[in-house]
Design a protein around this ligand. Structure first.
Ligand SMILES: [Zn+2]
Length: 458
């Protein structure tokens, strides 16, 4: 995109020659675009690749050393980056490296799930400063209550960390559903999350009056994928499917961080509602035999409890019980048998993903995926291998996400960071209550098209 605009600068000189005003305005706009583009390239490279020398930065960016030197001076002066330690050069004297300054600012990531709302406060390199979890009883919550809980959480974590909410670089919200533009009101984004019972909820508008910082919304599988590619097991991978397992099941396909800018998945995948069993168990979506009806957290607990010889749970709530079941697997054969069966179903689902999308990495994530991932992984891998076509076999790694329970909140927190990186360090604007917020619209890229309106994730 930047390359195209770049070309316009030269091309516009001919036809516009002699017409001073238009030429001037075109050149002015494209020069600032170019400046922003160069800043974005260098800032993103440092962000994604870590401490880097000026020489290496010049090499990987393809920019001239004069431009690199110029932009680096600006970024240093603005406090976005710092001179760090040094790296050994080949035989020569050690070179100093440049690195991102974590103290430049902090961001909040909001994870809205079916069993909890988690608010994470991170520095802008995504290290956790503090986080707070608010369990949701196993009933459907109305959007107003969720919005109130989110605002309470933002207030709680900023107060705990002594951060002024107005100083935040932004607040990202990950929702278990699709975020799409309102066809009637320009700039307004609506959340469609059938698992929460939400259809066309203007969540951004409900939150904006209580949030002093720029606010951005997107689907949580997409943002989680971005976090896995920046800071998790997805680093360096080219085609990554992030499989998100909670009460609901979803996935997102992301591709490598070309130019180091963003790994935000271009597509969400209704993986949970792909059928793995003809005429199988009924699913919340109205169909039968969906993957989610077998490997969603509630489905797993139900399977265990209805198996002869299972023990009653001590923990209350879905999350506590799944943790208990996983811990029990070492000693309780019924628990082990249940999780092996679940691993087989997940493996079948991943085998299908491999045959359809041939990713080079599948990340098992989401709170339930993280809790049981270690136990089910061997079965998942063996089953996926068995069901993948022979020529695709052995090409796809399957890993459990390493971002832990904060993963989804961290994913949401990537939204304001991605904005900062793509604009070369420009702070996003604060969304106005009426929904004309450029801060939201520019980043909360919903994927239009079939299927994206029926997100069912946890
Ligand atoms: Zn379904």
């Amino acid at each position: 995109m930047g390359g195209g605009r770049h070309a316009d600068v030269a091309g516009s000189e001919g036809p516009w020659a002699g017409r001073l005003r238009p030429v001037k305005s075109v050149v002015k706009r494209t020069t600032s675009d170019l400046r922003r583009h160069n800043r974005s390239i260098l800032l993103s490279a440092l962000y994604v690749q870590g401490p880097t020398s000026r020489n290496r930065l010049t090499r990987v960016s393809g920019l001239s050393s004069a431009t690199v030197s110029n932009v680096v001076s600006q970024l240093l002066a603005e406090g976005l980056i710092a001179e760090g330690g040094s790296e050994d050069s080949d035989g020569g004297r050690p070179r100093s490296v440049l690195e991102i300054r974590p103290d430049y600012g902090s961001v909040i990531g909001v994870d809205i799930g079916e069993t909890h709302v988690r608010i994470g406060l991170f520095d802008w390199t995504l290290s956790v400063i503090t986080s707070e979890v608010y369990p949701i009883a196993d009933t459907r919550l109305d959007a107003e209550s969720v919005a109130a809980l989110v605002l309470q959480g933002i207030s709680d974590v900023t107060r705990a960390a002594g951060v002024d909410p107005a100083d935040l670089l932004g607040v990202g919200v990950g929702v278990p559903g699709a975020v799409q533009p309102d066809p009637r009101i320009a700039g307004r984004m609506l959340v469609h999350a059938p698992t929460l019972g939400w259809s066309g909820v203007a969540l951004g508008e409900m939150l904006a009056p209580g949030v002093a910082a720029p606010l951005m919304l997107d689907n949580c599988a997409r943002t989680l994928g971005q976090a896995e590619m920046w800071r998790g097991v997805g680093q360096g991978a080219d085609r990554v499917v992030t499989a998100l397992i909670g009460v609901g099941v979803g996935a997102a396909l992301g591709s490598g961080t070309e130019g180091g800018t963003t790994g935000l998945a271009p597509a969400t995948i209704e993986w949970g509602h792909t059928v793995i069993y003809a005429g199988g168990l009924p699913c919340r979506c109205g169909s039968r035999g969906c993957l989610e009806a077998y490997v969603g957290a509630d489905a797993i607990l139900h399977r265990y409890q209805s198996t002869l010889g299972s023990q009653p749970f001590h923990a209350a709530g879905t999350e506590g019980r799944l943790a208990e079941l996983t811990a029990r697997a070492a000693t309780d054969p019924v628990a082990m048998e249940t999780l092996e069966k679940i691993g087989e179903y997940i493996g079948i689902g991943i085998g299908n993903l491999i045959n359809l999308l041939h990713p080079d990495l599948v990340v098992l994530s989401g709170w339930a995926g993280s809790v049981m991932g270690g136990v089910v992984l061997p079965t998942v891998r063996a089953t996926a291998e068995r069901h993948a076509l022979s020529y695709l076999r052995g090409r796809t790694r399957i890993e459990v996400g390493r971002l832990g329970q904060e993963a989804v909140a961290m994913g949401a927190a990537t939204l304001p960071v991605a904005h900062l990186l793509t604009t070369g360090g420009r702070r996003p604007e604060i969304m106005s209550g009426s929904g004309s917020g450029s801060g939201m619209g520019s980043v909360s890229g919903a994927v239009p098209g079939p299927g994206s309106g029926a997100g069912a994730w946890a």
